[in-house]
Design a protein around this ligand. Structure first.
Ligand SMILES: Nc1nc2c(ncn2[C@@H]2O[C@H](COP(=O)(O)OP(=O)(O)OP(=O)(O)O)[C@@H](O)[C@H]2O)c(=O)[nH]1
Ligand SMILES: [Mg+2]
Length: 391
């Protein structure tokens, strides 16, 4: 249902988006809300704006604390990325997240019989073949995390920042309820664990006077002009709009108020050794489908690192490419890409000059029809391919 906001409310929202100062932004959001009529069509958006306001309040508080901590030299809450990808290990209290980190990474995080023993995001590295994944245990999610309960905003911000999610549920205690609770909190924070049918990303630009589209899908119930008209009504006149999959006008308006992100997710059911039957696991599989559910006994860590490494590798579509200079052996360290990466994209990843001055490439291994094959920018690469770029 469209929001049909009055013009003054749309103008106010434009003011909000132009304001960087959090205190000022918070004040303007309050004014915006007072201009929004209360009916069914605006309900979702009002909820979203209120959540953003609560988040801002927390951010203001956190900045104050961090400034204080920085003065005293304390650590920050966020974990900087390392390795081939960062995975947030999330779940309800006592689910077994720390045990998972202990079993497959070098982390010495504390495992405890009581809930809430992990209070800050805690990293560990999981080696897999010639790369490493960074697992970050996030303090527990609870009902209301997305409204800020139990440090929810900060924890959810850390999850949003990761490349993927490992969702741990205790298979021996109401696994389906816990799974649904976590999924709901993530969804409320606009972190999707199922690939969305369609999505819109709006990137505003400071310059230019037009709306440009990147098409990786199509509009289903409106035209390009409708989208431009809607964005203009929010005073968005210069922006890049990426349309992925099937997208409605409603979804475009939704994106004006905050973008949803999709994070590939693997479900780990812990404590399967404490189960009397396969029943709970099967129920969980049904509830989580099409996500993969792996049942594990985390107290028996032998072989788990290899198993989990492989699952993460496939989940993220990791594609390792090895560069080679003429007359030399290929590099030992891979460049980590995603499934479907092309020679052109790889060139851009290495250096813009490689992309701009690209003539051709030679490839060996999985993506090559024969060794030393000469290819152009459009050739897709596969895991294990050796590439030599000529400029
Ligand atoms: N039997 C069994 N017990 C497990 C398993 N995994 C974890 N546990 C136990 O479950 C309890 C909680 O484990 P943790 O790994 O600390 O759980 P957590 O999710 O990190 O919990 P908090 O951070 O405290 O919220 C501990 O007593 C673990 O020994 C498992 O696979 N089997
Ligand atoms: Mg823990």
């Amino acid at each position: 249902m469209p929001a049909n906001l009055p013009a003054e409310a749309k103008h106010k929202w434009n003011e909000v988006t132009l304001t960087r100062n959090p205190e000022e932004r918070l004040r303007l959001m309050g004014e915006f809300l007072s201009l929004v009529p209360k009916h069914k069509g605006t309900e979702k958006m009002r909820r979203q704006v209120k959540r953003q306001m609560a988040q801002l309040r927390e951010e203001i508080e956190r900045r104050r604390l961090q400034a204080k901590r920085a003065r005293s030299g304390g650590p920050s809450y966020y974990v900087p990325k390392a390795g081939a990808a960062q995975l947030a290990v999330v779940g309800a209290p006592n689910a077994g997240r720390s045990s998972l980190l202990r079993a497959v990474t070098n982390s010495q995080v504390q495992v405890a019989e009581w809930p809430f023993s992990t209070t800050v995001p805690t990293p560990g590295m999981l080696p897999y073949e010639d790369i490493q994944f960074q697992l970050v245990e996030i303090p527990p999610l609870v009902e209301g995390s997305s409204e800020g309960r139990a440090g929810g905003f900060m924890n959810l911000a850390c999850i949003r920042n990761a490349d993927g999610v490992i969702l741990v549920v205790d298979a021996s205690q109401q696994p389906v309820e816990d799974f649904r609770m976590v999924q709901m909190e993530l969804e409320n924070a606009r972190i999707l664990i199922h690939p969305p049918g369609g999505s819109v990303e709006i990137t505003k630009r400071g310059h230019g006077r037009d709306i440009q589209f990147i098409w990786e899908g199509r509009l289903v119930d409106c035209s390009e002009d409708d989208v431009i008209g809607l964005l203009n009504s929010y005073k968005i006149r210069s922006a890049l709009v990426r349309v992925v999959g099937e997208v409605t006008l409603d979804a475009v308006e939704d994106a004006v108020f905050g973008n949803a992100v999709y994070r590939p997710t693997l479900v780990v059911a812990s404590k399967v050794d404490a189960l009397g039957s396969e029943g709970p696991l099967e129920e969980l599989r049904r509830a989580a489908a099409p996500l993969e559910v792996v049942g594990l006994n985390l107290l028996e860590p032998r072989g788990l690192d290899r198993l989990l490494g492989e699952k993460i590798f496939n989940l993220l579509g990791i594609t390792r490419v090895y560069t080679k200079e003429p007359g030399r052996k290929p590099r030992k360290e891979p460049i980590v890409c995603r499934r479907g990466v092309t020679v052109g994209e790889l060139a851009k990843m290495i250096h813009n000059d490689f992309y701009r001055n690209f003539k051709y490439a030679r490839i060996w291994g999985p993506a090559a029809k024969f060794d030393n094959e000469k290819v152009g920018m459009d050739r897709e690469l596969l895991d294990g391919t050796i590439v030599q770029i000529h400029t």
